[in-house]
Design a protein around this ligand. Structure first.
Ligand SMILES: *[C@@H]1O[C@H](CO)[C@@H](O)[C@H](O)[C@H]1NC(C)=O
Length: 428
């Protein structure tokens, strides 16, 4: 009965001013006409012009005045840390950062050079559909350059992941040289990315395989895999904003220690090719699942991978996580924010082991459930920005309306319009 009475009261109150939004619920943004006050213990944080959300925070919840923008809280935290003694400032900065910090990197994938690649590591190179406008034969491909400029300029994104099939890079010649024509087209997308000012992730999208067989474990030799990375590292050695993503979504790897040795060989080759300081992604087994990184032994095995100087500087764990019922990223409805089962335990492990991770694939449909859960997940990453470097949505580029998880913006003749999920959660 008390529950029913409360519901009745809320209904009778019947206007936005009297309503209080629950933790994680929407509390503002362009076009929002619902509740703007947050429940006790939470603040209304502005994520971007289109979306504000009630997020946990001490001393800001409930009643009029609970609406605080991220910017104003951050400014306050900075002031107090400057004007208080060292001991106090450590405490206040730490508590402030829990609710106001932001990950360093935010962006999306620009898919297309990976089209035709299957999870068994086959890549039908005739299936690619690059987001490079002047790509032959039809010269009418999606405008990846324009998309990235829009995301960078209008949505404050600063990282783009550029998946490509291994077979395409070497024109199906395992262990061979980068194909001048094919790599030339891929490099156009890379240069389009670099010219925005963003970081650009070069991602070989082969599931630890070449044509069905696993690298270093029955398939290509480590040397054949090292060969392609050595050439790529030579090309981009002097570009600090290139991020080397060794491999997309290894899965069903028989021996994780052997896989870690393969990853080590690539890291050593990239560094020795002259890319001495750029970020390199370390991919674990189980499709890089953020939930499995520690439990399946990937974290322990990959922790042993080192730079030639013995450090782990800029060697970053690279994880993926979707929010649909089977975590496959194939459904338009989301059912979880992945915090309790994935990101909270992973944050603890990363902190204990003094390491960092980036989420290079996450996303969902352009639906209310995905807006709710993905925004919650991203808010958690922001709150734990000491161990999470950023997030990259899947995916823009060559995807169109027919794709469940489309994040490709729409060109209306003189500007770009974002998809609902990008507006709500990924833009900032
Ligand atoms: C994995 O490979 C290593 C050698 O790289 C070997 O010592 C170890 O026994 C293997 N583990 C399993 C479970 O086969």
């Amino acid at each position: 009965m008390p529950m029913a009475s409360l519901v009745t009261l809320a209904l009778l109150a019947g206007n936005a001013f009297a309503q209080t939004q629950t933790l994680w619920g929407q509390c503002g943004g362009q076009g929002w006409s619902g509740a703007t006050n947050c429940a006790s213990g939470s603040c209304c944080s502005t994520r971007n012009p289109w979306y504000a959300q009630c997020t946990p925070g001490a001393g800001c919840g409930g009643g009029v005045g609970s609406t605080m923008t991220t910017t104003s809280v951050a400014a306050k935290a900075t002031t107090s840390s400057v004007s208080t003694p060292a001991q106090t400032s450590t405490t206040s900065t730490a508590s402030a950062s829990a609710s106001t910090s932001r990950v360093r990197f935010a962006g999306v994938n620009l898919a297309g050079f990976d089209f035709g690649c299957g999870t068994d590591g086959t890549c039908d190179t005739s299936g690619i559909y690059p987001p490079v406008r002047n790509f032959p034969p039809d010269y009418n491909h999606p405008d990846g350059a324009g998309q990235m400029r829009h995301f960078y300029n209008d949505d404050n994104m600063n990282i783009f992941r550029l998946p490509v099939g291994w077979q395409y890079l070497v024109n199906n010649n395992l262990g061979g040289t980068l194909d001048a024509t094919n790599f030339g087209y891929y490099d156009q997308l890379v240069q389009d990315c670099l010219s925005t000012g963003a970081y650009c992730i070069v991602d070989i999208h082969n599931y630890a395989r070449w044509n069905g067989a696993i690298i270093g474990q029955g398939g290509p030799t480590n040397d054949q895999f090292v060969s392609v990375w050595k050439q790529l590292a030579q090309k981009y050695a002097s570009e600090p904003r290139i991020w080397f993503s060794i491999m997309n979504e290894p899965h069903d790897i028989p021996n994780i220690s052997t896989w870690a040795a393969t990853v080590q060989a690539v890291v050593t080759a990239i560094r020795k090719a002259g890319a001495t300081s750029q970020f390199i992604s370390l991919p674990g087994n189980n499709w890089q699942s953020a939930a499995a990184l520690v439990s399946d032994g990937s974290a322990a095995a990959l922790s042993k991978v080192k730079n030639p100087d013995g450090t782990t500087t800029n060697l970053i764990f690279d994880v993926h996580r979707y929010l649909d019922s089977d975590n496959s990223g194939t459904h338009t409805e989301c059912v979880t924010n992945n915090i309790d089962d994935s990101f909270a335990p992973l944050a603890t492990w990363l902190r204990q082991n003094k390491r960092q991770a980036i989420v290079t694939e996450t996303g969902g449909g352009n639906t209310a459930s995905c807006e709710q859960y993905l925004c919650q997940q991203i808010e958690f990453l922001n709150q734990n920005s000491d161990v999470f470097l950023g997030y990259v949505g899947w995916a823009a580029g060559s995807f169109d309306d027919t794709y469940e998880l489309v994040e490709t913006p729409i060109w209306n003749g003189n500007g770009w319009t974002d998809r609902a999920l990008v507006k709500a959660c990924l833009a900032r």
